[in-house]
Design a protein around this ligand. Structure first.
Ligand code: NDP
Length: 682
């Protein structure tokens, strides 16, 4: 099978013979790959001209809906993907991380996109900044999609997840992608891309695939393109210093080697649940994907008093790991991805061995159901460094396989110092039954890590584990880990957008951001805004209520009804002693209830419900005898196209008889697209 690339609207095979890709278990050829002959300037140009515009024309919600459809569609082909995945050496459990993990990540982005982004094209970042005394000149940050392409360069170890975790936020941002999988396992990525393309769910040009090298593509990058890279630090360094990347300030996100630590806290001893959880996690991290995970535990840091107990427990557990053909039930660990990778890992173990002793891993491997000569099999290898402070390699050499080093520490400070010797890592984990010790470790590790997971007996059952990056949380790390940050929910989308600070009048900012801004024009729609269906509401449409006096009787009746008899509402003398009030005041919740009474239009109509308040602040106390009134202004609209209604946020301000603001908030409502909706949504 010669792998094809999907570029400029068609599938093409590269010219000539390609690199032969082999089954990790048998060594039998699986595919050949080459990208020779591809016009890379044309590939980039195609993304710019053909892929970008239709993606940018979609709203965030429309893009999220495509991701959801895509995730579901890919779910239909899982059996096919799993079958191919065995060639990479992955067991079924390993493939689950890659395939189901990848699809799940895409679905999380779909869900976050529809819930946390507006149904429009511009992302409003933070609040309005007041820049002038009179309020005629304000500032607002907004984010818009880059108008180039995202070039995704992926590692061999996650041919599906590695692609989808980058693709989902990129597409959600409205940016087309050019995906270059690592050649060794590109046959699986190619099949997934084929299923994506044939689904027709994405606009043409939104996704291109290059199987093989990227040719001279980097020579054509512009400031509107972004590169997201996962792989070795050496390749990252070469690519990030490419003259074109430097000259055009091309965004370059990297996720590279990482010497991740897992720390058994000093409060834990054998016999405690945290001890067993720790041992289980180190073994799992060494053997899942045969240790070929950027997040795998490489440094097991344990209290000196527990060193022997931990090494014994790990050695025993590792001896029970069944190694063999990943297709067989009962096989816990398959081969490495290729014999080249095996040779690489053996070389790295050689470097580590110069300053460590071997606890286990030297015995010859006899893989179940496979021939050791053809496959890239090795035993999990556990090393021990008794004096880690004076060591170098254990803090610098990443053996990208089932390899970890156990190191003792004296106290919490030394544990932190040893973990930080990784010079920037993707993840660290802490196993502790003492929350104060855990917190001390977390804060000590934090400046050098992208993610920290704390596990104890209470969270263990539900913990997602040391090695699993999640779509909701950032994945990346400082220093050696590449300095990048992927995913993290909507944060990951913003990597593919340009943040711009816009300054102008409130009305200009509202026109750009599609969010009405205080100080902007207040429109009189000529009828109560609650009578206006979603589509006819205009930002700035305003209702101004009549006045209501707040009385002692109001306060006492509200206290009786709610049960809130706090002294500041009930006792003139005690309230007078309170430095904030100087006398009896109305309940804040009475004010917002009374405000609703002032602004609602009670008859049946397009407003379907109130689902909350945002940004509520009680600014000034209201005393008996004060007169309040309300202004309600249509601030933001987001249509739920498939539901027949949209969300409308109303900027709401309660003022007193002197025109002073006493409370300020956004009322959040669901408004029908119909003037008189019915249960059928018509
Ligand atoms: P590489 O850095 O060699 O490759 C990573 C990706 O970069 C691959 O897609 C590769 O493509 C591509 N690439 C390599 N050179 C270029 C170039 N000049 N221009 C454009 N793309 C390029 O890493 P490997 O996958 O070979 O793994 C080597 C080591 O990296 C591992 O042993 C491990 O230490 C580390 N690693 C770290 C990972 C992490 O997530 N932190 C993940 C995987 C590996 P091609 O395959 O075609 O060469």
């Amino acid at each position: 099978m010669k792998l094809r690339s999907y570029v400029a609207g068609g599938w093409i095979e590269g010219d000539g013979a390609g690199v032969v890709l082999r089954d990790a278990t048998t060594g039998a050829p699986v595919a050949e790959a080459t990208s020779a002959g591809i016009d890379f300037a044309a590939v980039l140009g195609y993304a710019h001209r053909v892929g970008g515009p239709p993606l940018r024309a979609l709203t965030f919600h429309e893009r999220a809906a495509r991701l959801k459809a895509l995730g579901r569609k890919l779910g239909e082909f899982k059996d096919e993907f799993y079958a191919l995945s065995y060639h990479t050496g992955a067991t079924k459990a390993d493939s689950w991380i890659d395939i189901d993990g990848g699809i799940g990540t895409m679905l999380v982005f779909a869900s976050k996109g529809s819930r946390e982004l507006p149904n429009s094209h511009v992302y409003v970042d933070g609040g309005v900044e007041a820049l002038s005394r009179g309020g005629t000149f304000v500032g607002q940050h907004v984010c818009v999609p880059l108008e180039g392409a995202a070039v995704h360069i992926n590692a061999f170890n996650f041919p599906v997840w590695g692609m989808l975790e980058k693709l989902a936020p990129t597409l959600l941002a409205g940016v087309p992608a050019i995906v270059k999988p690592a050649t060794a396992t590109a046959y699986l990525t190619e099949r997934v891309v084929a299923r994506i393309i044939e689904s027709g769910i994405l606009p043409e040009g939104a996704l291109q695939l290059v199987c093989g090298g990227l040719g001279d593509l980097f020579d054509h990058l512009t400031c509107q393109d972004a590169v997201s890279f996962t792989g070795s630090a050496a390749t990252a360094e070469r690519l990030r210093t490419h003259p074109r990347v430097v000259r055009e300030s091309v965004r370059f996100l990297a996720e590279t080697d990482s010497l991740n630590s897992s720390i058994l806290a000093p409060d834990v001893a054998p016999g405690m649940p945290e001890f067993d959880l720790y041992v289980r996690e180190v073994v799992r991290e060494m053997t899942a994907k045969a240790g070929q995970k950027c997040t795998a535990i490489r440094k097991a840091l344990v209290p000196r008093a527990q060193l022997d107990a931990v090494v014994d427990a790990l050695t025993t557990a590792l001896a029970g790991v069944t190694i063999g053909d990943p297709r067989l039930e009962g096989v816990r660990m398959g081969p490495l991805a290729s014999v080249e990778q095996l040779a690489e890992v053996r070389g790295r173990i050689g470097e580590l061995r110069r300053e460590t002793r071997l606890a286990c891993g030297e015995e010859a491997v006899q893989p179940l159901g496979a021939d050791v000569a053809g496959g890239a099999f090795m035993r999990p290898t556990l090393l021990v460094r008794d004096e880690p402070r004076r060591a170098q390699a254990v803090h610098a050499v990443e053996a990208f396989g089932p390899v970890a080093t156990v190191m003792p520490f004296q106290d919490v400070a030394e544990a932190i110092a040893l973990a930080r010797r990784g010079a920037g890592s993707l993840v660290a984990s802490v196993f502790s039954a003492d929350d104060a010790v855990a917190a001390e470790l977390v804060l000590g590790l934090a400046p050098f890590h992208g993610r920290i997971v704390v596990v104890n007996r209470h969270s263990a059952r539900e913990s997602t584990g040391h090695g699993s990056p999640l779509a909701h949380l950032i994945h990346g790390g400082p220093g050696r880990a590449g300095g990048g940050e992927e995913m993290g929910g909507i944060r990951g989308v913003l990597h593919y957008m340009q943040r711009v600070a816009v300054q102008g009048t409130p009305d200009v900012i509202a026109a750009v951001s599609r969010r009405w801004v205080r100080g902007g024009t207040l429109r009189d729609p000529g009828r109560h805004p609650f009578r206006i269906p979603f589509g006819e509401l205009v930002l700035g449409d305003t209702y101004r209520s009549g006045e209501r006096m707040v009385t002692v009787d109001d306060i006492e009746r509200f206290a009786t009804l709610s049960g809130d008899t706090f002294y500041a509402h009930m006792s003139e003398t005690e309230a007078a002693r309170n430095p904030l009030f100087g006398g009896r005041v109305a309940h804040g919740y009475f004010l917002i209830s009374a405000a609703a009474g002032l602004f609602v239009d009670p008859d049946y109509g397009p407003v379907l419900g109130n689902y909350g308040l945002d940004g509520l602040r009680f600014v000034k106390p209201v005393k008996p005898g004060d007169r309040i009134k309300v202004r309600l202004t249509c601030k933001e609209k987001s249509l739920r196209a498939d539901k027949g209604w949209g969300e409308v946020a109303w900027d709401t301000e309660i003022t007193n008889q002197d025109g002073e603001t006493v409370a300020s908030y956004d009322v959040l409502t669901m408004v029908s697209v119909h003037a008189v909706p019915d249960a059928a949504g018509t």
